[in-house]
Design a protein around this ligand. Structure first.
Ligand code: PHE
Length: 454
């Protein structure tokens, strides 16, 4: 069944694909408003620590399992722990990214719509309320968001059908550098606005008084989400990495790109928010309901510029979201191909359908289904909370426990140092293994229980 498994071309391809998975709506849409709610720079400091001391070791745990076995999440667990219950963990990590994909694709659909809007209509002259009520009206309507969700998921499936090299690698290698360029343009533009300095101060001056336990947990959760951890995406991508590659380099490279991008996105959004006197803690609507207004404000003196900036910004969100959504879909596709013998096309179509149906419910939960509540949450909120607060942390916990306690230390050493041939890796192995075996499971366990109780 597994005769000729595809692999990524080279290190650049691996890092672009992994960074592509990591960099997404989490960085551009979620990070700025969570920083806004969490109190700015103080939150960012916790986020930095969490990314390197917690998230990176989990990423490397997934990488060890993935590359060691060269298999999908389920197959990987079966190979390393045959006949044990660990395969159910593998199965869980096939289902979790599918749930994420369904609601993620709804937000991806909003970016399709806003991209189309920036090509065709102008918000110039409208008030802030008018612009944000347009967003509210759009997401609570029926057909528009459903159509956009379908387009977004359709694009995701098209790329995945192209395969690991011809689809995922090619798309990520071309779009990721362009994405960096676009977001840097946005930063330059945002910083050039009069009054933007307050936004820069907000991001750079730590106010520790706002940093409560909730903010710390949310910083850690965000760093998990942003690095696509605990749901098997990094495991699956690592299974396509060749044996000569240095896993620690690719992991660190991915974490650095992801972090940089989140910070850059913060500098693209916050100074602009402050420049027009809006609230930094604008919540999930921050990017979609306030940025078009900001672009329009600037458009009063230079209408053409406002149009261009708006197009570039929403194109960036769209591309970033796509490089992430393909990684979510690939987890299940790899599973169905390798364990059930389906062709790539069939596997992709089947999962497209499943994610599309659940996504439709998520989309309608902003409108006609808004009264349908699961444990007090709308369907969209339920899927989001279930995955970000529970499944991702639970998955992260189990991956580190698996690598730290179930796998042999010599196997982990072998994978992270390429059989002892990578000198710098040999030197840092002890610390890394300690974190994976003791520190990470303990801290993630605490976060998981806190989420469960809270
Ligand atoms: N990391 C992605 C983002 O920041 C989201 C994601 C989560 C991707 C889980 C894959 C798996 O948007």
């Amino acid at each position: 069944m597994q005769a000729s498994r595809e692999t990524f071309g080279n290190r650049f391809a691996v890092v672009m694909a992994m960074a592509g998975s990591a960099i997404g709506l989490g960085n551009i849409w979620r990070f700025p408003y969570i920083v806004g709610e969490g109190g700015g720079a103080a939150f960012i400091i916790v986020y930095l620590f969490s990314s390197f001391f917690l998230s990176l070791p989990i990423l490397l745990s997934e990488a060890v399992i993935g590359r060691r076995t060269g298999a999908n999440t389920y197959g990987a667990m079966e190979k390393l722990a045959p006949g044990t219950g660990w395969k159910w963990m593998g199965l869980l990590t096939v289902i979790s990214p599918l749930i994420i994909l369904s609601y993620y694709s709804v937000v991806g659909g909003w970016s399709v719509d806003f991209f189309a809007k920036s090509l065709t209509i102008s918000f110039i002259g409208e008030s802030g309320e008018q612009v944000s009520s347009l967003f509210g009206r759009f997401i609570s309507s029926v057909w528009g968001p459903l159509a956009c969700h379908t387009v977004f998921l359709g694009l995701t499936a098209l790329i995945v059908v192209g395969g690991v090299k011809g689809g995922i690698e090619k798309f990520s290698k071309i779009t990721m550098p362009v994405l960096f360029f676009l977001i840097l343009l946005m930063v330059a533009y945002s910083l050039s606005l009069p009054g933007s300095k307050a936004g820069v101060d907000y991001l750079l001056r730590p106010d520790f008084s706002k940093l409560d336990a909730h903010a710390v947990a949310s910083a850690m959760g965000q760093s998990f989400f942003s690095l696509s951890l605990g749901v098997g995406t990094m495991l699956t991508y690592s299974s396509y990495v060749n044996k000569q590659e240095n896993l620690i380099y690719t992991g660190v490279g991915t974490a650095i790109f992801d972090l940089l991008f989140a910070l850059i996105a913060g500098f693209a959004v916050m100074p602009a928010v402050f420049a027009v006197g809006l609230e930094p803690a604008g919540g999930p609507g921050l990017v979609f309901s306030t940025l078009p207004y900001i672009f329009a404000q600037i458009g009063i003196s230079a209408p053409w510029l406002s149009g261009i900036v708006s197009i570039l910004f929403f194109l960036s969100i769209l591309v970033a979201a796509l490089t992430s959504s393909i990684s979510m879909l690939e987890v299940g596709v790899a599973f169905l191909m390798e364990e059930k013998g389906l062709s790539r096309k069939k596997a992709t179509s089947l999962l497209f359908l499943a994610a599309w149906l659940l996504g439709c419910l998520c989309s309608l939960s902003f409108g006609p289904l808004s009264e349908v509540k699961l444990l007090g949450n709308t369907i969209f909120e339920f899927c989001d909370k279930l995955t970000s607060n529970f499944l991702m942390t639970f998955g992260g916990l189990l991956f580190t426990v698996f690598v730290g306690w179930k796998m042999k230390k010599s196997e982990v050493y072998d994978e992270l140092t390429n059989g002892g041939t990578l000198r710098p890796n040999v030197r840092c192995f002890g610390v890394l293994y300690f974190i994976i075996r003791y520190l990470a499971p303990a801290v993630i366990g605490i976060i998981f229980v806190t989420n469960l109780l809270g």
